[in-house]
Design a protein around this ligand. Sequence first.
Ligand SMILES: Nc1ncnc2c1ncn2[C@@H]1O[C@H](COP(=O)(O)OP(=O)(O)OP(=O)(O)O)[C@@H](O)[C@H]1O
Length: 343
Amino acid sequence: MTGQPLLSVRDLAVEFGHGPATSRPVDGVGFEVGEREIVGIVGESGCGKSLTLLALLGLLPSGGRVVNGSITFGGKDLRGADPSVLRSLRGRQVALIPSDAGAALNPVARVGKQLRLSLRTHHPELNAQQRRGRALDALRRARLARPEQALAAYPHELSGGMQQRSAIALGLQNEPQLLLADEPTTALDVSIQAEILRLLVQLRDELGTAIVFVTHDISTVREICDRVVVMYAGQVVEQGGADEVLTSPRHPYTAALLGSVPPLGGVPPEQLETVSGMPPDPAAWPGGCRFQARCRRFTELGEPDACTSTWPGSADGLTVHAACHFPLDDSPLGHSPVEGARR
Ligand SMILES: Nc1ncnc2c1ncn2[C@@H]1O[C@H](COP(=O)(O)OP(=O)(O)OP(=O)(O)O)[C@@H](O)[C@H]1O
């Protein structure tokens, strides 16, 4: 990344509950997103990916609060920002696309009306005809085959893929600088998933929108992301260029995650690796490295004290190399010394 990042997150922490019932599912997350960059946040279910995105926009679920860290977007501090500032930012400069397009679209309003309403909020200077034109353009840009028809349709009259394209059109029609996409393809068929991923890359190329793409599926990161942030148990354990991290992972967790997907372009092995065991509980994080209980390298090295006593990441959460006391060397992936158990 050259120059100032568009988005900079440092040491972000989110808590729920109080007293002994306090949990901290996001605990010291740091990463940056440059202009026009596609950054993938990847990790198993429950590692804190969605909460990280929601915290950026001040949209945490009830009871959730940001208790530490900084969020800077376009040079402005978002953590301390007034709710009205965040409201005007959302949909205009930053758009959020959830995994379930149904959640982004109002089921009782025609798609065209929803697009026009959002335009009216963010571009009051446009007249009705201009709004209709812009809405149609947004649907065309999202590659909806029959945009006029989609404009007049209720969401339930559209297929899952068309709904997701409409949600993308809604998110991108105000040409935001940053798009936050939370598992935008999980609810879709595999062939449609690939089309939506291609669409996101095309839109970045056409509009210059930076994208933070959240997924538990590391193979989609391979396809579209410039950089990758690997999260485990509320923390960033590794981040860097997607090619570098995915071909030469340094954190045993990244290597184990990669063992659970077929090799790119290669013949899938008879059995995929999986990461054995369960992640720890956000209400009772273990000391030291949180991956230790599932890490084969920890066992192979005779359970070194460092792993149980000290967090190996950086203090501001911006772990560029692996947050591991005994990272893997730079040998290309193939036979990682740390693999999950066989299924
Ligand atoms: N409303 C809530 N109240 C309390 N804890 C919550 C709440 N929402 C989420 N959590 C906790 O935060 C953890 C992280 O949730 P988050 O949704 O960010 O995970 P994720 O990595 O996005 O998972 P997934 O891939 O399944 O969406 C969860 O495991 C859960 O323990």
